[in-house]
Design a protein around this ligand. Structure first.
Ligand code: 5GP
Ligand code: ZN
Length: 115
């Protein structure tokens, strides 16, 4: 828990969010500024700043975040049409919240490469 971290405050229910999934390691909620019809953030309960701050001991947690995203994609019925999971690392890649999270984006066509 970092008291000046927005996502820690959301997972402690100090800041409201549209929570769609919770378990002992992860929480998922709707992005406040959606970039696709489905845009959910899958967030580690443990405060980790980003992918530059993980080690081998975090492998299961990182895999768990992907599995939660895949389950939410099935729940939203976007698994067949296709979806994207994105983990931005560093400001240059667009990371703005330094608490590790996956974006789950889907419900529309996507181009490659991303901008
Ligand atoms: P990043 O840019 O770090 O990869 O992703 C941060 C995401 O958090 C952005 O897509 C942004 O729209 C979202 N976000 C920022 N502030 C809030 C908030 O207060 N509530 C919710 N639900 N999402 C937020
Ligand atoms: Zn945090």
């Amino acid at each position: 828990m970092s008291k000046d971290c927005l996502f820690c405050r959301i997972l402690n229910k100090e800041v409201p969010a549209k929570i769609v999934y919770e378990d002992d390691r992860a929480i998922a909620f709707e992005d406040i500024n959606p970039q696709a019809p489905t845009h959910i953030l899958v967030v580690s309960r443990r405060h980790i700043a980003g992918l530059n701050d993980v080690g081998p001991e975090d492998a299961a947690l990182l895999g768990h975040l992907q599995l939660v995203a895949a389950q939410l994609a099935r729940d939203r019925r976007i698994a067949e049409s296709g979806y994207r999971t994105v983990l931005n690392t560093g400001r240059g890649a667009g990371q703005s919240i330094f608490h590790i999270h996956l974006h789950l984006l889907g419900g529309r066509g996507m181009r490659w490469p991303p901008g």
